[in-house]
Design a protein around this ligand. Structure first.
Ligand code: 0X9
Ligand code: ZN
Length: 605
């Protein structure tokens, strides 16, 4: 189990020759680049056969979790040789990271003088205690009193549908590599396909992160159970639909529960070769795929796969998201570390929407703290956490324009992945608050308020002017993003870009409508993250019905019908008789006033 400095020197000598040498004269920025390259290089080195426990082992007797202070690339390389299971994937020089390793590995840290602190001295005991507890009957206990396996999650989703069939329906995002359906629910008061903003909350991309399963299930549960009781939930459901996928990695999750499985499994369950399994489903997405913080080594916990979207689980989720272009917000829940990370995660460069992301992200952090006083660190992932290429949230944001990010839920390492049950509900509640805040902020970011030009939108037979004023809140409008939309007598929807007239005001015309016509219209304003409608974010319109009767030029007295009174009026105007009511309109004396009388009149004149 000893690792000598000679080994380190040999490993360094084996490093790819293309790696840039570190120079002491580099500017800080390029130093950071060199450090990152060194980190990547270290992680790219295939683990050498050291006598440490393989990750596939079902038991972890003698292993501890240790928080190591990574002072240099050499520290990182050494620790990576002592552990192939980094618990907090926060790889940064000058920071701390948690690793599972054997006691012998810890002794080596000690000998090498690398600062460390044992955070979980009795890992297997904790897993054993969890297994014993989970083996007890749970009937009669509240659902959130303990963690739940895949079957129980699925049953719960089905129960939600059964209890609220008009609100909840099952949706799915394809099939895992072992053939399990990736199941979720849709929560909405409106029929599927209704155009309104949507949110998606996802969990358990990493199998062992059980707290993320419970967090997403709690969000689903709150939205279903309290859909009318809680006014904030009711308000969101008035304007939006919500999707929840609690387990995106069903095979991996099942494996963390199964006899013969592994409580600490992270990846999916693709058989790669021999006894090597698994692709990291949070390194398999196309934005930043293959970048820093991912590995090309099949046995690595961050193995990215052979190509972006090589895995059916990521394909299924990708296709679900693509099929729902109305999605405006996404949170992918992980554990642990108490972080709220928004894009980008593949680069430290700030996203062009950093202002908007922070305008929603900082209140989310505040909302979390308001529940139980927990302080989550919030910020752009690349600089807050470290680089991780190929993650789901970079894709939902970068490819789909969805406001997204990753929440690492409780805790900060005292328990890690094996969390006591007493943490389930407090953790879920504070993260529900984060989700709620994202939804409310986005929905309230409606960039438009309506101010109609005086006297507009009432005239028959003349075009009507609609004038609105925008109030950008979260992000700015896209080009030609303010549009007037209408439909005449239920026909197809027409659209006109509203012209900017200054002072955040926009104007466009509705077509003239004549008698007995109906015009439905609304205004939409599109920003990067959301399309808002006026009136409201609902599938409703303003309606304009012609107030005038249909005009017939023969209806000379405008009473709505053409009759002898109109003919009398005509005769009067031609001077036939002075008073219309006494005028002998029955010119041919056949007993009725009709077109023959008009003919007689024309003959005479
Ligand atoms: O490494 C990961 O995938 C996440 N950490 S975890 O310990 N749950 O594995 C962090 C992802 C951070 N990057 C993004 N914001 N995507
Ligand atoms: Zn994770």
């Amino acid at each position: 189990m000893n690792i000598s400095f000679l080994t380190v020197v040999v490993l360094l000598a084996l490093a790819p020759p293309s790696a840039k040498p570190q120079t002491s004269t580099s500017a800080p920025a390029s130093q950071a680049v060199v450090l990152q390259e060194t980190v990547d290089k270290v992680l790219a080195v295939a683990p050498v056969a050291l006598p440490i426990d393989p990750i596939d082992m079902a038991r972890f007797d003698g292993d501890v979790v240790v928080r190591v202070s990574i002072r240099s690339a050499q520290d990182l390389m050494l620790v990576n040789q002592l552990s192939d299971d980094m618990w907090s994937h926060h790889v940064g020089i000058g920071g701390d990271a948690d690793f599972r390793m054997s006691q012998a590995g810890v002794d080596t840290l000690q000998r090498l003088g690398i600062p460390y602190r044992i955070t979980i001295p009795d890992l297997q005991n904790r897993i054993d205690a969890e297994q014993t507890r989970l083996a007890q009957p749970m009937e009669g206990l509240a659902w959130f009193s303990d963690f739940k396996n895949l079957a129980a999650v699925n049953t719960r989703l089905d129960e939600m549908v059964a209890a609220f069939p008009n609100l909840v329906s099952i949706v799915n995002a394809g099939t895992s590599i072992q053939g399990r359906t990736i199941r979720g629910i849709r929560i909405s008061r409106y029929p599927a396909g209704t155009v309104l903003p949507a949110f998606i909350f996802t969990g358990t991309l990493h199998a062992r992160e059980w707290a993320s399963t419970m967090t997403t299930m709690w969000i689903a549960d709150q939205f279903v159970e309290n859909n009318t009781i809680d006014p904030r939930i009711a308000a969101v459901l008035d304007s939006a639909e919500v999707f929840v996928f609690p387990v995106q990695n069903p095979d991996g999750y099942e494996y963390t529960w199964a006899t013969g499985g592994n409580r600490l499994w992270r990846k999916n369950r693709r058989l790669i070769s021999g006894t090597t399994y698994g692709v990291d489903l949070n390194r398999n997405w196309s934005v930043g795929w293959g970048g820093s913080g991912s590995s090309g080594t099949t046995s690595s916990e961050t193995y990215r796969g052979t190509v972006a979207f090589s895995e059916p689980e990521s394909v299924g989720m990708r296709d679900f998201v693509i099929a729902h272009p109305n999605l405006v917000g996404h949170i992918d829940f992980h554990s642990y570390s108490q972080l709220w990370l928004w894009p980008w995660s593949y680069t430290t460069t700030l996203s062009p929407d950093q202002t908007a992301l922070a305008a929603v992200g900082n209140p989310m952090k505040t909302a979390i703290a308001a529940v139980n006083g927990k302080n989550y660190t919030a910020g752009p992932s690349g600089s807050t956490y470290g680089l991780t290429g190929g993650c789901i949230d970079d894709w939902t944001y970068g490819n789909q324009g969805i406001m997204s990010g990753t929440i690492e839920v409780r805790d900060t390492g005292t328990y890690g992945f094996v969390m006591p049950t007493s943490e389930i509900i407090p953790n879920a509640k504070e993260n529900f608050a984060a989700a709620m805040t994202m939804m409310e902020k986005l929905l309230a970011s409606s960039p438009i308020t309506i101010t109609l030009a005086p006297g507009s939108v009432v005239a028959d037979n003349t075009a009507s002017t609609v004038e609105i004023q925008t109030v950008p809140v979260v992000s700015t409008l896209i080009t030609n993003g303010v549009r007037l939309k209408w439909s005449l007598n239920g026909g197809s929807t027409q659209s006109a870009v509203m012209a900017s007239i200054g002072s955040n005001k926009y104007r466009a015309s509705l077509p003239a409508i004549s008698c007995a016509s109906q015009l439905s219209w609304f205004v939409e304003a599109e920003t990067k993250f959301i399309i808002t409608h006026a009136p409201l974010n609902k599938p409703t319109s303003f309606n304009l019905t012609s107030t005038n009767p249909c005009f017939n030029p023969a209806d000379l007295n405008f009473d709505g019908t053409v009759n002898s009174a109109d003919l009398g009026l005509m005769l009067t105007s031609f001077g036939v008789c002075p008073v219309p009511t006494n005028c002998p309109a029955d010119l041919d004396h056949n007993g009725e006033v009709n077109s023959a009388d008009v003919g007689a009149l024309l003959v005479e004149y």
